[in-house]
Design a protein around this ligand. Structure first.
Ligand SMILES: [Zn+2]
Length: 832
């Protein structure tokens, strides 16, 4: 069979924002490497009414077939043709409500609902807007033009090069040709966009709905910075004269890296002074940096198959932090990388039901609740591991070489290994294959045998396993001597067992120094753990190592390899801990244990949590202060909620008091505690609080505020109010945000037990959520909400999966998480 490849598309679109339809005409120049009689491409939900081929300068109609099952359009040519072939397809389509393909997004003007039309194509939805070869390897250039109402604005990847007035108040807008790129990166948008601009060698603009650009300066400035960092680090110029950052209300994912026209949820681009918290501000920077990194990793060099999607997302995740760390070193974002990325990856990857970073390819490999923690978070963590192993300079040199070699083209994992191996002269191919091509990760068990350490690796999972897997593990160890001396050694563990001579003088050893390696450590000698514990309380160990020690121990608890009571005792070494990273982890581990355990066990966990958090709050203060550490502000907002759940009188009084001032509009509450104040207001409040939250939700113009309100709505204690919120989610909350309060309710100790019935009772409605959001609902409800009704939940999904293919991977891993939690509840009883 001959290979047919697209070279260039010319796309003409006429969207109708009253009927929510569009007329399209797409010309596609392809090259066939031999004679073909039929050309097949992708097309979905398009009503194609004419297909043509150019013969001797004229387009001639051809017979065609639409195959909805294969999402294909087959065009029969009049004769066998080879070489360059020009096709043309005329069609109409619908501007849908699915937040995929060409869809509509709502906004309000004076309380009235209006719509704009925008696109979201990754991975395989470009075919919903124009017939195309919808695979990343099928790169081509694109000319786009749109006919729009004169009072609207059109945005696409390239800059506007021509605007022509037409009849009936219409206008034809033509855009500059794109670089050679994949279909999933094309963007089309029509609406009353307003802009703010930053002129420079490359024009950077921020686009938003009317009245919203005044919140855009912060994002625009960081967009420019990210662009400058990227060009300098990667050593390759951004290839277009303009770059847009576009805020869109209804958006299924967080943001999308369309080349030159990056789209974001409003709260991930717009900054509302007084409302946006430090955490929100940091998240804006991190997402902008992530999407900017994609302009190189993904757009300039694309994956040769979806199986290599990690090459996009791991790098974007990694540089999402790296760029922010460069401009705001005082934000300590690499510490947050460990809690927000590496830990997320560890938990997801501790299940039998996990997958390799290089996911098997196919027509529709998707980013979803099952794959995202692996390809984004584990992938990003593996990059941190390899950078630590070969050093920053070799890492950078390797990446520059890789990008230059494959620019405007596609690459696979081995191309990256080759580049890093060449730059570092280290066995990167062998090392990375073991981390990227097999699922799971190891636990390294360390045992002192006289003057040497004995290391054994095996796969770590929460539930018992029989896997016989091995990894090439970069091991870094720090040794402590009685006289206060310290020393460290690095080694590559290539076998199942390894030994390192340490002599008799060493009094303690910390494995996985600075937690750069993606593996768990389990110390078999309790005296070493205690010796390290003392180094925790003396703060001799770094925050990352203090984090890793207790976090690995808690993982062993979840796996039944250590006792919960030992973990709680070990936390005594953290009595005076005040660093963000260990504290955010300890409070979240305790909260997990609190949700899983029952009765008096819960009381013991709550009492320990209360005293740890109260001590910390005394130290950092309940009220945010000017010039305090960035991570202190973030931590406070997280732990106030935990303190309230554990019944801290002081925290409850402080936050309830603040909530009253909000309720009565007396005084503004600081943005950095707004979320916890609203949550605690709901926890302790009655219908007055509920009423106030609903009214504020309807009236606010800020998506940051909406996030806080929806989080608060998930935090009620009163059963009747929880039911009202459950109904509100289905009736009133916009589709893009429905999964948010569901997630919060699922980890609210007063609501989590009522989520399963709600899910079952409203299944038909919940199944209509965006597929990614539907999966998140299952992933939030099942692992905790299923406790105590394991048989029923398992039986339900067994039947569900026998009938439907929907969310299968997510159901399976959620059931396994439930099983692991259930096992922990049985094994770890503290009070018998
Ligand atoms: Zn991304």
């Amino acid at each position: 069979m001959s290979d047919v490849n697209p070279i260039h598309y010319f796309i003409h679109l006429e969207p109708d924002l009253e009927e929510f339809t569009f007329k399209g005409s797409t010309e596609i120049s392809v090259r066939a490497d031999g004679p073909v009689k039929e050309i097949s491409m992708n097309s979905l939900d398009l009503a194609v009414w004419k297909a043509m081929v150019k013969i001797e300068g004229d387009f001639k109609a051809c017979p065609f077939l639409v195959d909805p099952g294969k999402e294909a359009l087959r065009i029969m040519l009049p004769e066998g043709m080879g070489g360059n072939i020009d096709l043309k397809v005329d069609y109409v389509g619908r501007i849908n409500d699915r937040m995929a393909g060409f869809y509509r997004s709502r906004y309000q003007v004076n309380g009235q609902e209006r719509f704009i039309a925008v696109t979201q194509f990754e991975e395989s939805d470009a075919r919903r807007a124009f017939p195309c070869f919808d695979h990343p390897i099928k790169k081509a250039t694109f000319d786009v033009e749109m006919v729009i109402d004169k009072d609207l604005v059109a945005i696409s990847n390239g800059a506007v090069i021509e605007e022509t007035s037409l009849e009936h108040g219409k206008e034809l807008v033509k855009f500059e040709r794109t670089p050679k790129m994949s279909t999933y990166l094309l963007f089309l948008g029509v609406g009353p966009f307003e802009f703010i601009e930053d002129q420079g060698e490359i024009l950077v603009r921020l686009a938003a709905m009317p009245g919203m650009t005044r919140y855009g300066t912060f994002g625009l400035e960081f967009g420019r910075k990210s662009l400058e960092f990227s060009e300098a680090y990667y050593g390759i110029k951004y290839p277009m004269p303009k770059l847009d950052l576009i805020a869109i209300a209804d958006f299924a994912a967080g943001a999308m890296e369309n080349w030159g026209a990056i789209t974001f949820r409003e709260n991930l681009l717009l900054h509302h002074p007084g409302i946006t918290s430090k955490a929100g501000e940091e998240r804006i920077c991190e997402v902008i940096a992530h999407e900017m990194a994609h302009q190189w990793f993904g757009n300039l060099v694309s994956p040769s198959d979806w199986k290599y999607l990690w090459l996009n997302e791991s790098f974007a995740t990694y540089f999402g932090y790296g760029i922010v760390a460069h401009y705001y070193p005082e934000w300590e974002v690499w510490d947050q990388f460990l809690s927000g990325t590496t830990d997320v990856a560890f938990i997801r990857d501790s299940l039998h039901e996990t997958l390799s970073i290089e996911i098997p390819g196919g027509e529709h490999v998707v980013i979803n609740a099952s794959t995202a923690p692996i390809i984004y978070s584990k992938g990003g963590s593996i990059l941190r591991q390899v950078e630590a192993y070969i050093g920053q300079e070799s890492f950078k040199a390797g990446l520059r070489h890789y990008l230059k070699q494959h620019e405007y083209d596609c690459a696979s994992s081995h191309h990256l290994w080759g580049a890093l191996e060449e730059a570092s002269s280290q066995p990167i191919t062998k090392l990375m294959k073991s981390w990227v091509e097999q699922p799971g990760h190891p636990v390294v068990e360390v045992k002192r045998e006289g003057g040497r350490l004995h290391f054994t690796q095996r796969r770590f999972t929460f539930l018992p396993n029989e896997f016989k897997q091995q990894w090439l593990i970069p091991i870094n160890i720090e040794f402590f001597y009685g006289n206060g001396k310290r020393d460290h050694v690095s080694s590559l563990m290539e076998e199942r067992d390894a030994y390192i001579e340490i002599g008799e003088e060493v009094v303690a050893y910390k494995v996985n120094l600075e937690q750069t390696g993606f593996y768990r450590v389990s110390y078999q000698n309790s005296e070493n753990l205690d010796a390290l514990g003392s180094k925790v309380s003396e703060k001799v160990l770094s925050p990352a190592d203090r984090w890793g020690l207790q976090n690995d121990l808690y993982a062993m608890v979840r796996a039944g390899k250590a006792n919960l009571s030992d973990y709680l005792d070990f936390l005594a070494y953290y009595a005076h801990e005040d660093a963000y990273l260990p504290m955010t982890s300890i409070t979240s581990n305790l909260y997990h244990a609190y949700l899983v355990m029952e009765g008096e066990d819960r009381e013991r966990i709550a009492s320990l949590g209360r005293s740890l958090i109260e001590g910390l709050l005394e130290k950092i203060g309940y009220e945010p202060t000017e010039n305090e550490r960035h991570t202190v502000s973030i931590l406070r907002d997280q732990i106030l909620w935990h303190a309230a759940v554990y019944g801290s009188d002081r925290a409850l009084a402080f936050a309830s008091d603040k909530f009253q001032t909000l309720l009565h509009g007396e005084k503004a509450v600081h943005g950095d505690i707004m979320k916890s104040v609203m949550r605690i207001g709901a926890l302790t409040g009655a219908s007055e609080a509920h009423q106030w939250l609903q009214e504020r939700f309807q009236s606010t113009g800020s998506e940051h505020d909406r996030m806080n309100i929806l989080t608060a709505m998930g935090s009620f204690k009163d059963r009747a109010l929880i039911e009202k919120v459950q109904k509100y989610i289905l009736d009133t909350v916009p589709a893009r945000n429905q999964f948010i309060p569901v997630g919060v309710l699922s980890s609210n100790p007063y609501a989590c037990a009522h989520m399963w019935e709600w899910y079952k009772g409203n299944l038909e409605k919940i199944e209509q959520f965006h597929p990614m959001h539907y999966e998140r609902v299952i992933a939030s409800i099942v692992p905790i909400g299923g406790l105590g009704r394991e048989c029923e939940v398992n039986a339900f999904f067994e039947e569900y999966m026998s009938k439907k293919d929907k969310a299968r991977d997510v159901i399976k891993f959620s059931l396994e998480k439930l099983e692991a939690n259930s096992r922990m509840r049985g094994l770890q009883r503290l009070v018998i």
